[in-house]
Design a protein around this ligand. Structure first.
Ligand SMILES: [Zn+2]
Length: 134
């Protein structure tokens, strides 16, 4: 059976394509903002974090009925954030990004200090890292 269903503007889901058992199961969802971590060891994506807007029109929790953010790390649990919580979290992400940049500088400085130093006692792990074989 097909039912007429009006989607809010935030929704990017094609509910006709998406098979759901009943109208109560319909959740409106935006497209995702994604963040991945590609590791040079194993040459693959090791972490993925997606964020999208969701509206669950028939949820008992009013915060779920309202538009909210869902954070999906592909684990067993989702993080549900009100727009206000999402904004506070976004500020944390900006601080986190600054810290990540600082770690990059620290690592680069270390590598530049060590590069060209023909220390025969350099441990094997470091030798492998510098050779790109780690
Ligand atoms: Zn929808």
């Amino acid at each position: 059976m097909t039912a007429w269903l009006e989607c809010p503007d935030v929704c990017d889901v094609d509910h006709v394509d998406e098979a759901v058992r009943s109208v109560e199961d319909v959740i409106h969802r935006s497209g995702e903002a994604g963040l991945t971590v590609a590791s040079f060891v194993g040459n693959r994506v090791t972490h993925q974090l997606d964020v999208y807007v969701e509206v669950d029109p028939l949820a008992t929790n009013p915060l779920l009925r309202a538009a909210h953010l869902v954070v999906d790390d592909e684990g067993n649990e989702y993080g549900y954030l009100t727009p206000e919580m999402g904004e506070a979290w976004a500020d944390e992400i900006i601080s986190f990004a600054s810290e990540v940049r600082q770690k990059c500088r620290t690592a680069r400085q270390y590598n530049q200090t060590v590069a060209g130093d023909p220390d025969p006692d350099m441990d094997e792990a470091l030798r492998r890292v510098r050779g790109g074989a780690a």
